[in-house]
Design a binder for this molecule. Structure first.
Ligand code: FES
Length: 63
């Protein structure tokens, strides 16, 4: 992607909780000029989000 944003960086932000393209743009500045890399960045984010393990928030926390 442009602005030196890598697919690795997108996966890392997704792991940190980023789940919208707007949030990814705000954090990284990716795809903010011509838009040519936006489809690739969106696809990378979608794949990173879907690769995240599900959070089982209904389970009680263990001590
Ligand atoms: S190449 Fe990324 S917005 Fe232009």
């Amino acid at each position: 992607m442009c602005n030196a944003v890598t697919d690795h960086a997108i996966r890392r932000h997704a792991a940190e909780g980023v789940n919208t393209f707007a949030e990814l743009q705000a954090r990284t500045g990716c795809s903010d000029c011509c838009g040519a890399c936006e489809p690739e960045a969106r696809q990378c984010l979608r794949e990173a989000i879907s690769a995240q393990p599900a959070v089982l928030s209904f389970l009680p926390a263990t001590a």
